[in-house]
Design a protein around this ligand. Structure first.
Ligand SMILES: Nc1ncnc2c1ncn2[C@@H]1O[C@H](COP(=O)(O)OP(=O)(O)OP(=O)(O)O)[C@@H](O)[C@H]1O
Ligand SMILES: [Mg+2]
Length: 375
């Protein structure tokens, strides 16, 4: 079992005018599944490649099991890696590709065969074992690359967008399979994706990056319930959290579209922590924006009338986009059984005012409001 520390890691490519990764700090515990997530170009692959030893670390220390290994070559780090481009051996069959790492380590032929058969079954590749990579679809090749990495148990698994070429259904199945294999093997996995659903469903901890900088590190639940800033709040969660600019005053938040009371989970009015009379961003997830008598009764101090501008039918629920002039629209998720909504229809909306988030309108950092007075 291994441990990893990344200390003040910076990466500046030659000729680049700024760092691609800046002051990256992370301690990874034994057996953890870490997901690096963020928009394209934020430095995920660069970070992973530094861990793999495929890219020099400009500044900082990479510590593996107590030793600084910045200068240890990639092949001596005992890692198995799946690349964004799958890089299979073209002249080898699927069976030979998957078994290559075991053969290299002189595993007996019978053991190799058994392990390759087992992993191929898990990854739905059994029927393709005798084919060459060029005779496979992109998604099948991607699964061979995964099989090649996961057939052994190294110190570290490093995976860079390993599911990007799979269709939606296979993506979900393979995601579950990777999580299951990770639990069975117990080796640290660092997994890169730009897909927040993959990050949320697979990670023990998520590292959310933007423009080379870490924005927040925490469990999926921590990032969802306590986003540190507007970037994290809007990146994690589908649909994106609504951010609405308005003024906080005397327990009320007001914007052109509505005025609501601001309460904690016990429905005690919250004090604005020095933000009285100032502009702030109110954050409300679509799941906290509802409609119907039941919600009007439960949250009587946060109802208002508005107009539906667009409706997205999702089966169990509908996303309804509402006019929030003069800003853009905001979105609520209404249960399909609760209310049929037509475009341009006037509707009474209810915001669950006990589940709100607040952000400084200049720094975009999260603000914690205080309890104002006991009941
Ligand atoms: N070899 C290189 N030389 C110079 N700049 C590079 C090099 N490789 C990457 N970069 C730059 O470093 C930044 C981070 O790139 P990186 O590949 O780590 O992003 P990423 O988060 O993996 O993005 P994606 O989701 O698109 O794969 C980008 O601005 C990119 O242009
Ligand atoms: Mg990348």
């Amino acid at each position: 079992m291994s441990k990893i520390s990344l200390r003040n890691i910076n990466k500046k490519y030659p000729n680049a005018d700024h760092c691609s990764v800046q002051d990256f700090n992370l301690d990874i515990e034994e057996g953890e599944f870490i997901v690096l997530v963020g928009p394209s170009g934020c430095g995920k692959s660069t970070t992973l490649r530094m861990i793999a030893g495929l890219e020099d670390i400009t500044e900082g220390e990479f510590i593996l099991d107590g030793e600084v290994v910045n200068n240890v070559s990639s092949k001596d780090r005992d890692i198995a890696m799946v690349f964004q481009s799958y890089a299979l051996y073209p002249h080898m069959s699927v069976r030979e590709n998957i078994g290559y790492g075991l053969k290299l380590r002189n595993y007996p032929a019978q053991t190799t065969k058994k392990q390759v058969d087992a992993i191929s079954k898990d990854l739905f590749l059994t029927q393709y074992l005798e084919r060459k990579p060029k005779e496979l679809s992109g998604g099948q090749r991607q699964r061979v690359a995964l099989g090649r990495a996961m057939v052994r148990t190294p110190k570290l698994y490093l995976m860079d967008e390993p599911l990007s070429n799979l269709d939606a259904k296979l993506r979900t199945t393979t995601r579950t399979e990777i999580s299951r294999m990770h639990r069975a093997k117990g080796a640290i996995t660092v997994y890169v994706t730009h897909d927040q659903v993959e990050a949320m469903t697979m990670a023990d901890r998520i590292v959310l990056m933007s423009m080379g900088e870490v924005q927040q590190i925490g469990s999926p639940k921590e990032l969802f319930t306590n986003p540190k800033n507007c970037f994290v709040a809007t990146f994690i969660g589908m649909p994106s959290m609504n951010l609405i600019e308005g003024t906080y005053k005397d327990g009320q938040f007001s914007c052109p579209a509505f005025t609501i009371l601001v309460c904690d989970s016990d429905r005690i009015i919250l004090d604005g922590a020095g933000y009285d009379g100032k502009l702030i961003f109110l954050g409300a997830r679509s799941s906290s924006i509802r409609s119907g008598k039941k919600y009007e009764q439960a949250f009587p101090d946060s109802c208002f009338e508005t107009t539906a501008k667009n409706v997205e039918y999702l089966g169990d629920s509908v996303n309804v986009f509402f006019d929030a002039a003069p800003m853009n629209m905001f979105v609520g998720t209404l249960g399909t059984g609760e209310r049929e909504v037509e475009i341009d229809e006037k509707i009474t909306l209810v915001i669950d005012n006990t589940k709100l988030h607040f952000f400084d309108s200049e720094t975009e950092e999260s603000i914690k409001f205080n309890v104002k007075a006991a009941k």
